[in-house]
Write a protein that binds this ligand. Sequence first.
Ligand SMILES: Cc1ncc(COP(=O)(O)O)c(C=O)c1O
Length: 404
Amino acid sequence: MTYLDLDFVRPKFPALATDWALFDNAGGSVPLGGVIDRIHDYMSTCMVQVDGSYPQSLEATARIQAGHRAAEQLFGAGENEVALGSSSTVLMRTVSSALRPLWNDGDEVIVTDLDHETNIGPWRNLEATGITLREWRFNEETMRLELEDLEPLLNERTRLVAFTHCSNIVGQMRDDARRIVDRVHAAGALVAMDGVAYTPHARADVKALDVDLYVASIYKVFGPHISALYGRHELLARAASQNHFFIGDDEVPYKLEPGNVTHELAASLPAVIEYLEDLDRHHGGAGTIEGAYERIGAHETEIVRPLLTFLHEHPRAKIIGSPVAATGTRAPTVAFTVDGMKASEIPARLDERKVAVRWGHFYAHRLITRLGLHDQDGVVRASMAHYNSPEEVHRLVNELDAVL
Ligand SMILES: Cc1ncc(COP(=O)(O)O)c(C=O)c1O
């Protein structure tokens, strides 16, 4: 059974017209044709300086604003609560610097050893400025960050806890994120959540999560290479401007977009929202982002199952994370190791069969260190997007069977 009409989905992505089966989607999804068209159209018709009074400039300004509105919609955020930037890493660095003046020396920030470095490094850097760092370590048996391990780290000096909504290695989606947010808020601290590995697969509703900061990379959500940072408006309003001295603290989100956003990429973002709405409508829904993500989640759970089963039953393979396909808790991002083989050996063998996967630490460097996997070149990761078909996964499993 498939929950998505792939005859509708796949032609929307020009790069899928290939005989390669692409399973490196957690690294980056292929872009929508609608995104490409909008970039082309912006550059062809109105790529002039913004904020002028002449028509082309008015049009450019309006399209970039529409890009911001689209990013807000993706998160369910309010107006002017989303800053755009070249990457989630840059946005986290920017916002961490912007928040630092709100805190005193000796205040504390908690980071994990499970996250991608994007949501660790920028906060760790504050240590050099007088902030005390604490580490919320994952439980090696469950491969989860357990709330009970966070408890002893929280105290009256805690200002922020940074953790991931979904690990880009373990693939665990935190369906209990709201509980963690509530606990951290009760301790009087803020939450910064990395939603980069979550947003390609499920709806991130920042208001329902009640999170303070949330980041996503749109180039993994079928868009161009640009990222988006949600920040609760009253928090962003208090944060220090990271832009030129004459861009005041009241200029939210521009004060967090130094040097401005990449105009043509920002202008393309409405195409992502339009696609999600069309996807839902095409499948009989009301044309909502939530509806689209429900279908995406159901489809992905179906297609990832054969891979998880194959790896789980293989005598030499070990999945990092749960072997059970489950919508809302297990992303179709499957990392594994194979006894007697380096991770780097496997992708090259699959390349010969036109199946694309990748190996490495995927910038979750501390996680791979804890697991002692650097010597074997980290993990192999096969990561799916909703446009992958059951046939492609079948091919992946068959080819892996031949290679392992
Ligand atoms: C979970 C996670 N967070 C952050 C990032 C980095 O995002 P960006 O390239 O936008 O800085 C990635 C990219 O792989 C990721 O998977």
